[in-house]
Design a protein around this ligand. Structure first.
Ligand code: GLU
Length: 416
């Protein structure tokens, strides 16, 4: 990984910038630049061929000032301590901007889940929990799914955790299947949060949300947004979609439901009947009203930012835009809805799941969605007001809001 794109260094630079604008004490800036705790594990896992394979795994707990650490566990070949430190810090800003009583964490296992059977994935999930079990818990650190993990992974992990501690404690993890203490509305929460942010941005900037949109990445967030955008707004045409294998385009619109069936059957959006094949990178550069980057980090960089034509970029992925690209999009007057607001629906409904698990009494979907809407609408406007008051780009505005709240909590605790 080049030093320029070391995500941890980028995060530290962002904290310094926000901290300087807030005139924060040097020590609090230094405190926020580093995770409070980080763990590295080697996991022996029995594979289907009977052999044992060793996997490298991590859990980073960036900050606890406002509550227990919170954030996903990803299974992915490309993770290392620095990617996870950056993503854990992002969770700290995200929970602070949403103003929910949680900190930030992230975990990961270096593996290629596409080459593993369900049984191997289950063995890996359980091995991860055996390693991390002393360091997680409802009042310490509460994981959830992330890239290539899902509610089934959480079910295995929760079962392993409860087996070890010998009591029932479903709130140790979130985004579980509903029969095991999952909540209504969690599956759609990330996409719904993005739609709430888009709705508010469209009102503010006078943009029609029922125009065209493109989705980069067709994993769980990308699929849910493709399915729900038109329903949420009463219109809207999906014209381009990509995944890791390629891109597709149809100026008359793609049927999201049919596309999902095709993806489930073939494993990709490529060769979807009636669509024109396009390079997967070009989906980001489509002339659409709304672009949803929904894949991984650094998709929009200084190389392609000048070609972005969308009026709104709603970041369902974590960290899809580099700092250089942020400046370019800001100058082009493209409205970026930063990840810490745009995808905060997931972690917000995770908090609702923890609350419901703690008293074993569950809300209906309407209640979940209404409460989510109130929290995210407020977060969106807090960041928008900061953009205007300080004349800074949206990510810096969001950092200013998040960093100020954590600094205040750390100060009240007497840490600094
Ligand atoms: N993995 C999601 C995120 O990055 C959800 C985190 C959570 O619910 O803990 O925001």
């Amino acid at each position: 990984m080049s030093e320029v794109y070391n995500p941890f260094k980028i995060m530290q630079g962002q904290v310094e910038e926000a901290g300087r604008l807030l005139y924060l004490d040097e020590n609090i800036i230094e405190h926020l630049k580093w995770p409070q705790r980080e763990y590295k594990f080697t996991l022996p896992v029995k594979m289907d061929d009977g052999k044992v394979k060793i996997f490298h795994a991590y859990r980073v707990q960036h900050n606890f000032a406002r509550g227990p650490a919170k954030g996903g566990i990803r299974f992915s070949p490309d993770e290392n301590l620095d990617t996870l430190r950056a993503l854990a810090a992002l969770m700290t800003w995200k929970t602070a901007v949403a103003d929910i009583p949680l900190g930030g964490g992230k975990g990961g296992v270096c593996c290629n889940p596409r080459e593993m059977s369900d049984r191997e994935l289950e063995n890996l999930a359980r091995a991860y929990v055996r390693a991390v079990c002393d360091f997680i818990g409802i009042d310490k650190d509460v994981p959830s799914p992330d890239i290539s993990t899902n509610p089934q992974t959480m079910a295995w992990m929760m079962d392993e955790y409860e087996t070890i501690i010998r009591r029932h404690q479903p709130g140790v993890l979130t985004d579980k299947p509903q029969p095991l203490g999952g909540t209504e509305g969690r599956r759609d929460a990330t996409a719904r949060g993005g739609l709430i942010a888009v709705r508010e941005a469209c009102r503010l900037y006078n943009i029609d949300p029922t125009g065209t949109f493109a989705v980069q990445g067709f994993g769980s967030a990308g699929q849910r947004i493709a399915l729900s955008h038109a329903e949420f707004f009463g219109g809207g045409k999906l014209i381009a979609v990509s995944d890791s294998k390629g891109g597709i385009y149809n100026k008359n619109g793609l049927d999201a439901r049919e596309l999902l069936m095709h993806k489930l059957k073939t494993g990709t959006v490529v060769d979807f009947p009636g669509a024109q094949p396009v390079h997967r990178e070009s989906v980001l550069e489509m002339d659409v009203d709304i672009l949803y980057p929904s894949a991984r980090e650094n998709a929009i960089s200084q190389a392609n930012a000048p070609n972005i034509k969308a009026r709104i970029v709603c970041e369902l992925a974590n960290g899809p835009t580099t700092p250089e690209a942020d400046e370019i999009l800001f100058k082009k007057n493209i409205h970026v809805l930063p990840d810490v607001v745009a995808n905060a629906g997931g972690v917000t409904v995770s908090l609702f799941e923890m609350v419901q698990d703690s008293y074993s009494y569950f809300w209906d979907e309407e209640t979940v969605n209404r409460r989510l809407d109130r929290i995210l609408t407020k977060a969106f406007h807090t960041v928008e007001n900061t953009i205007r008051e300080r004349n800074v780009h949206p990510r810096l505005a969001a950092m200013i809001v998040g960093v100020a709240r954590i600094a205040e909590a750390a100060r009240l605790r007497g840490w600094i």
